[in-house]
Design a binder for this molecule. Structure first.
Ligand code: PAP
Length: 325
């Protein structure tokens, strides 16, 4: 997996027909930037055109590995783990110039069709490619399933995902702060970036049931409770299982420790810098990707009643699927 930040380009493709189409779609304000509804999912309006091109123009390969995540579920963590594990024969993570010591984890794995993942650029990458997306499965090409791409899907207990989303949007916004009440209402209506969250979770859940060998379904809470187990599972899934010798010499612990919240958060590259998006309307600080990293933080922000309301909604939406939180 050869892509690192130095090779990653920003997307520049512009399709006027897509642009005209975006302008006709429902658009709504409320989060730090407006969202546009496309095929039943809400996309950041300034990114909608690029994301709409993915379904018809991204060319999946049989040996692609796609890290698909619902936002604020630990994408940064999953990217760090998958990148470190899959490139460990090439990059020693003790080295000062390991890509994760010089680039934010989000940047070492390109987003399909978006940040660092221009579709033409993705074509130039050697196989096997390690790619990422926040897009729901229905907005990826059907070939992802048909050719049997491997997918690691990561989601998170919805109340914690909302609290993380709310903090993040307020952190990057240059406008008035969003109240938690408003964020809660929007999230529960399914109006959030890449939402409705329940449809996002369910699409990949069902895919993992249909293609259990090729789709690994993970939750943030699972990584928190047993990161070593997940690292081993991930390594096997990425065709890079830890050898007996690595197990004995503590490599698995070292990978997990290197990718831990404290370790990544304390790297200079993640303490400083960031990127402007949406024509300068928002600024994403690298540090805002490392807020708290805890399970159950929702209790510090939401009332008991809000928690119960969200639990009822989740139960109703996921009913009969076998997926539970
Ligand atoms: P994205 O949606 O912008 O891609 P994503 O990385 O999925 O962001 O989510 C950020 C959350 O993952 C943050 O959660 P919090 O707001 O509840 O704190 C962030 O702290 C958490 N996170 C990032 N890196 C790690 C890590 N190494 N270990 C544990 N949690 C992490």
């Amino acid at each position: 997996m050869a892509q690192v930040e130095s090779k990653i380009k920003e997307s520049s493709s512009n399709d006027p027909s897509e642009e005209a189409l975006v302008a006709t779609l429902p658009t709504r304000e409320g989060w730090s930037t407006p969202l546009t509804l496309h095929n039943n999912f809400w996309l950041r309006s300034h990114m909608a055109q690029k994301f709409m091109l993915v379904r018809d123009n991204f060319k999946p390969r049989r040996d692609d590995i796609i890290l698909a995540t619902h936002p604020k579920s630990g994408t940064t963590w999953l990217k760090a783990l998958a990148f470190t594990i899959s490139t460990r024969s090439r990059y020693d993570f003790a080295d000062a110039d390991h890509p994760l010591r010089t680039s934010n984890p989000q940047r070492v794995v390109p987003f399909i069709g978006a940040v660092g993942g221009d579709l033409d650029f993705l074509e130039t990458l050697p196989s096997p490619r390690l790619l990422s997306t926040h897009l729901p499965l229905s907005l990826l090409p059907p070939a992802v399933s048909a050719v049997g791409c491997r997918v690691v899907y990561l989601c998170r207990e919805p109340k914690d995902a909302l609290v993380s989303r709310w903090h993040f949007d307020n952190k990057m916004s240059k406008g008035d702060p969003i109240t938690l009440d408003d964020a809660f209402t929007m999230f529960c209506e399914g109006f959030s970036p890449f939402g409705p969250f329940w449809d996002h979770y369910l699409q990949y859940w069902e895919e993992s049931l249909a293609r259990p060998q090729e789709v690994m379904f993970l939750r943030y809470e699972e990584i928190v409770s047993d990161p070593l187990k997940v690292a081993r599972k991930l390594a096997s899934f990425l065709d890079a299982p830890f050898t007996e010798e690595e197990e004995k010499s503590g490599v698995v612990d070292q990978v997990v420790s290197f990718c831990s919240f404290e370790s990544l958060r304390n790297l200079d590259v993640n303490k400083t810098g960031g990127a402007e998006r949406a024509g300068g309307k928002i600024f994403i600080q690298h540090s805002s990707l490392f807020r708290k990293g805890k399970v159950g933080d929702w209790v510090n922000h939401m009332t008991k009643e809000m928690g119960e309301k969200m639990d009822r909604l989740v139960e109703e939406k996921l009913k009969g699927s076998g997926l539970e939180f």
